[in-house]
Write a protein that binds this ligand. Structure first.
Ligand SMILES: [Zn+2]
Length: 272
């Protein structure tokens, strides 16, 4: 029975130009390590299809899934970081790797989970980045059209603590488990999906819980039964490999910099 690791990166994690402290460097090295170890990279959607009984074990056996959260320009564009210099965007890293290995990784793919609200991203660009307009959504459609990346839903505004106002009835910040009722869930999830669909042309199918936080309401009521959001799976940050009997609304993921820190860690993670 296959067990599949789902990996999560943050392209905004740039503290230096080493594996430890730069998710672009880690992502580029991990792609090559996964390949060298004879594993194949498969789209997250394939894993969802498998959990939903639409794909056989053989489609995902030996697979590793790549994803990234928060969706700034660093996912897509090559960017000049103010202190660490020029950074290859995550899509460019996928393209470089594809050039290197040719057709040996025919299903190479990464999922980019983006924050939907344009106002929230504009404010986060001011509070978390250098106010250069690096959190726009102009790249979403091109990312989807690249065939190497799919844009999916990482909530309306992440209930991010540096936002003045968040879309939540009690102004709960930093804790997505507070999304425990229909109105808040609709705003954070369904409205986010609608916006992403408007900008991309395709509707999101997968949700990434901000900080990996779930709630009983989301897991047991809203996501499986409420409808109107168009989703069929969700990813957490529970650090373990995915099994076929896992709940599609609670897919585990390992986070770079937290659950593994070095290429050696990645090697042992892949041997689990
Ligand atoms: Zn996030």
């Amino acid at each position: 029975m296959p067990t599949i690791p789902v990996l999560c990166y943050h392209s905004l994690n740039i503290d230096n130009n080493e594996y430890q402290g730069n998710d672009h460097v880690a992502f580029a090295q991990d792609l090559r390590l996964i390949h060298q170890l004879g594993r194949r990279i498969i789209p997250l959607q394939w894993l969802v299809d498998w959990l939903r009984g639409r794909r056989p074990d053989s489609d995902v056996a030996g697979g590793v899934v790549m994803s990234m959260d928060d969706g700034s320009w660093f996912d897509f564009h090559d960017m000049p970081h103010p202190s660490c210099g020029q950074q290859r965007g995550m899509l460019g890293i996928l393209r470089d790797f594809q050039q290197e290995v040719g057709t040996a990784q025919p299903h190479l793919h990464a999922t980019s989970f983006v924050i939907a609200s344009p106002q929230a991203r504009e404010e986060l660009d001011q509070t978390c980045l250098i106010k250069a307009g690096w959190w726009g959504d102009d790249w979403w459609q091109a990312a989807n059209a690249s065939g190497l990346m799919t844009v999916e839903n990482h909530s309306w505004d992440h209930l991010h603590p540096t936002l003045q106002q968040v879309a939540h009835s009690r102004q709960a910040k930093s804790d997505f488990s507070q999304v425990d009722n229909y109105q808040d869930a609709k705003q954070q999830i369904a409205v986010a999906s609608q916006y992403i669909q408007q900008r991309c042309g395709t509707a999101p199918r997968i949700f990434a819980y901000p900080w990996g936080h779930t709630s009983d309401y989301l897991l047991e009521e809203y996501l499986p039964y409420a409808g109107g959001h168009g989703l069929e799976a969700a990813v957490t940050t529970e650090p373990r490999v995915c099994h076929r009997q896992d709940n599609p609304w609670r897919i585990p993921r390992f986070v770079c910099g937290c659950d593994w820190k070095t290429a050696e860690d990645m090697k042992s993670l892949l041997s689990q």
